[in-house]
Design a binder for this molecule. Structure first.
Ligand code: ADP
Length: 481
């Protein structure tokens, strides 16, 4: 049983309230550990620590910061299995997926360890022979991160690694469902020799109080958030008072366009992987499939067969491919989306019910579900389902497919499957999404700039662009007097 305090100023502290909260395994509702229940007073302490650490950390050489990030990467690799197991315990994803997430999460430390050395400035030709203009890129200062439960490790490292590489310090608040993975990462950073106060962790159940304290503090120069569009909008409004810089990675409504010339077998494999990964609980999961009408029945039958074969259960059990949903609220949403679609005429090809894989598995499990003939009026095509439900909708023309795909306030990830190169170029250029997978259902990687358009967010995480989110641009104009 894991028990963690708050990590502030390089030390593990009790919460100022003196209380802790239980962390539950979503597969069987047993207690897997406890975390400290931090509040606004703890946030204040953590920001103090981050502000104290900033002058020294930001002055270290890029090479030194790079070396520390590489050590954190090595630390994560050494404890890969331990992190993966803990993640499956508190979040529910199958162990194989958890291992994949640890690698993906660690990759951000490796990538930004390298990028730390490439924070280049610029010189600009001036209008006078007696002037010089230099452009510097400097760390923004103390930053705050608020992260969700669906990727308990990667959503933290994707923020911490570029922030630290840039020379910023950070206070992070993980989701109340998954604080233990976050604390284990803090322990790894401590063991790697990260100076006190550079990374601080405030766990807790009072998300709004903690968020408000971070937002109200003018020493915090930037907030980076991953979570729901609704909470993101609230944070954006509150950030206005101190004009904080913002990165927001919010909801998605990913369409998957399958054209008649696609390799159908391969497309079905990729759609299944993209849809059912993490039980459908990722913001880039396929949420809607648009398929050319000529191949609709064949493609839908293949998808239904694949979905039926997926094994549902406790993520620690051998062979399990789909774990539980995170909680009752998530299950209610999935059930109501399916009911709404069926009431409006969608056909259930497979699934459509909640299930109990065994006596002890009392969590919120739901059958992998494939719905055929869904329409734009249905909630499954309008909202993010965040569950293992795959709606299929037939189209006639490329133009129609594009209109359907773009008809949403979201713009995070979109996918298309085709063998026609011209079509791939045309369609990918017109999709109003920050990430487009062409014949690729798994585009996320540390070296690419992940992020959304429209109401899916602001800013990019990962890649060369990801570090810009933590840097201020300053120009110095020098007169040669
Ligand atoms: P999800 O629906 O994925 O749980 P949320 O947006 O509710 O997404 O949660 C993402 C993160 O935002 C979590 O760490 C959660 O605790 C935090 N959070 C939720 N509500 C607020 C709020 N009002 N202020 C600050 N943080 C919040």
């Amino acid at each position: 049983m894991k028990r963690y305090g708050l990590f502030i100023g390089g030390e593990w502290l009790e919460a100022s309230s003196g209380t802790t909260f239980d962390v539950l395994n979503p597969a069987d509702r047993t207690v897997v550990g406890q975390a400290a229940a931090g509040n606004a007073a703890d946030v204040n302490k953590a920001v103090d620590a981050a502000a104290r650490a900033f002058p020294d950390w930001s002055k270290r050489t890029a090479r030194e910061r790079s070396g520390l990030l590489t050590k954190i990467y090595d630390g994560m690799m050494k404890r890969k299995e331990e992190i993966a197991r803990l993640m499956t315990l508190e979040q529910g994803k199958p162990l194989g997926e958890a291992r994949g997430e640890v690698q993906y999460a660690a990759d951000f430390f490796q990538w930004y360890g390298e990028e730390a050395k490439r924070i280049y400035g610029e010189t600009i030709p001036a209008n006078s022979p007696d002037k010089r203009i230099w452009v510097l890129r400097q760390p923004v200062g103390v930053t705050a991160a608020i992260t969700p439960w669906n990727f308990p490790a990667a959503m933290i490292t994707r923020k911490v690694a570029p922030a630290l590489a840039a020379g910023c310090t950070m206070v992070a608040k993980p989701a109340e469902q998954t604080p233990l993975t976050a604390a284990l990462l803090a322990e790894i950073m401590q063991e790697a020799g990260l100076p006190p106060g550079v990374f601080n962790l405030v766990t807790g159940t009072q998300a709004e109080e903690i968020g408000d304290a971070l937002l109200a503090d003018s020493r915090v120069r930037k907030l980076t958030f991953t979570g729901s569009t609704e909470v993101g909008k609230t944070l954006m409004r509150k950030a206005a008072d101190t004009v904080k810089r913002l990165s927001l990675e919010l909801g998605g409504q990913a369409p998957y366009l399958v054209f008649a010339d696609a390799d159908l077998e391969q497309a079905a494999i990729e759609v299944t992987a993209s849809k059912f990964r993490n039980a459908g609980q990722t913001c880039v999961c396929t949420n809607r499939v648009y398929v050319h009408h000529s191949i609709k029945e064949e493609f839908a039958a293949t998808l239904a067969r694949y979905a039926q074969e997926l094994k549902v259960g406790n993520g620690l059990h051998e062979g399990v491919q789909i774990g539980p949903l995170i909680d009752e609220q998530a299950l209610d949403k999935v059930e109501s989306h399916v009911r709404d679609a069926v009431d409006q005429g969608a056909r259930v090809l497979t699934g459509g019910r909640k299930l109990r894989p065994s006596e002890n598995e009392t969590g919120c499990f739901y059958e992998p579900t494939v719905l055929l003939d869904t329409t734009e009026k249905m909630r499954v095509e309008q909202e993010e389902t965040f569950g293992p439900v795959l709606p299929i909708h037939a189209f006639e023309t490329e133009e129609e497919a594009l209109a359907l795909a773009n008809n949403t306030p979201y713009g995070l990830a979109a996918y298309l499957y085709t063998r026609d190169l011209s079509r791939a170029v045309r369609v990918s250029e017109r999709l109003e999404y920050g990430i487009v997978g062409v014949n690729d259902g798994m585009p996320s990687t540390a070296q690419a700039p992940f992020g959304g358009m429209k109401q899916s967010g602001l800013g990019r995480e990962g890649g060369r662009q990801g570090i810009d989110e933590y840097l201020e641009v300053k120009y110095v104009s020098v007169g040669l007097k």
